[in-house]
Design a protein around this ligand. Structure first.
Ligand code: NAP
Ligand code: 8YV
Length: 311
């Protein structure tokens, strides 16, 4: 059987399917680098340069996640290696996470829940009023597969939808070629672009200042998209009102300043983390690897590698 290098964890279902067709080697153990033909990894661990250099016969790296900024696709393409990811199967879940972050921030549900649970309701009376999440102007930064699912779900809240991408799309929302202009026009920005150098610190102090003291920044994309130090300063100074974050610059580290702020909601990168969606992602990872064994082609190559997917 061909040799597969496993980087990071995989689910039991993935292991069961993969073990029927591959000899699985775990990174960290001694593994036969020259024999490795396939690699399974994830959006956090990527494929370290040392592994790429050692596994000269690897033909496919299949990643568990849609974002692949942790993988050097240029280096993979240069040596004819296919990289796959898991688009679409997680759109609805990640969009739901973004909407839940927006609702939680506007309606102050975390402190309301604490008010109920702690006995403060009986002791001190009603919880303070919150802000309505309905009828808001929402700016989506990155209107791709997940951004569109977020826009669809926002219809239920009668949102006035704006978006910023590099290329304008044929959609019934207000397009802004300039991100600061969009920030001035909306109440909330939801970040859902890819990570990597092209989007690093796209959301900077100017964007936060334009969003303003009543504005809310939601990030479900990658921590690198938001300048985290600038975010802490903007929230501390009151130049930005609220933030809700699923992703951080140095995961799993979250700056302690953010942890102490009551106008911030924090999640540990759980945008797609349900049993159902993770099972669908895992199946797609395995489908890619088995398809390559059977046909020489993969199911969902990243765009940079699509021209190599010829079988
Ligand atoms: P996608 O379909 O490729 O959409 C990406 C969108 O971002 C496109 O609309 C693209 O439009 C825009 N974009 C790219 N670069 C940009 C730039 N420099 N400035 C402005 N807009 C830019 O990707 P997707 O499937 O929706 O996934 C998006 C990202 O979400 C993933 O890459 C991943 O990092 C993140 N994600 C996070 C979680 C989580 O658990 N929190 C889960 C899944 C995904 P243009 O090309 O026209 O600019
Ligand atoms: C996962 C994600 O947490 O798909 C992505 O890009 O960020 C998440 O779905 C991650 O990739 C798991 O490896």
């Amino acid at each position: 059987m061909p040799d597969l290098l496993q980087i990071g964890g995989i689910t039991d279902d993935m292991r069961t399917r993969l073990a029927e067709r591959f000899t699985i080697h775990q990174m960290g153990d001694d593994y036969p680098a020259d024999a490795i033909t396939h690699i399974v990894t994830n959006g956090h661990d990527g494929v370290p340069a040392a592994v790429l250099a050692a596994c000269q016969n690897a033909k496919v790296a299949a990643s568990y996640g849609v974002g692949y900024d942790a993988i050097d696709t240029d280096a993979c393409v240069a040596r004819g290696m296919l990289v796959t990811h898991t688009p679409d199967v997680l759109n609805e879940e990640v969009a739901t996470t973004a909407i839940m972050l927006m609702l939680t921030t506007y309606r102050n549900f975390l402190s309301d829940e604490a008010h109920a649970r702690s006995g403060a309701w009986e002791r001190d009376g009603n919880a303070p009023l919150s802000r309505s999440a309905d009828n808001r102007a929402v700016g989506i930064l990155g209107l791709g597969r997940i951004g569109q699912a977020i826009a669809d779900k926002l219809k239920a809240f009668n949102a006035d939808i704006h978006y910023h991408t590099r290329s304008e799309r044929d959609v019934p929302y207000t397009y802004h070629a300039n991100l600061v202009d969009m920030a001035r026009a909306v109440d909330v920005i939801i970040c859902i672009t890819p990570g990597g150098p092209a989007t690093k610190h796209l959301v900077n102090a100017d964007v936060m200042d334009a969003l303003g003291p009543d504005g809310t920044l939601i990030n479900v994309s990658r921590g690198s998209v938001v300048d985290e130090a600038a975010l802490v300063s903007a929230l501390q100074d009151g130049r930005l009102g609220y933030a809700a974050l699923d992703v951080f610059e140095e995961e799993p580290r979250i700056p302690s300043a953010l942890k102490s702020m009551s106008n911030v909601v924090l999640l540990p990168h759980v945008g797609s983390a349900t049993h159902e969606t993770r099972a669908a992602m895992g199946n797609l990872v395995v489908d890619n690897l088995l398809s390559h064994l059977d046909t020489g082609r993969v199911v969902t190559p990243v765009p940079e590698c699509a021209h190599l997917n010829t079988g």
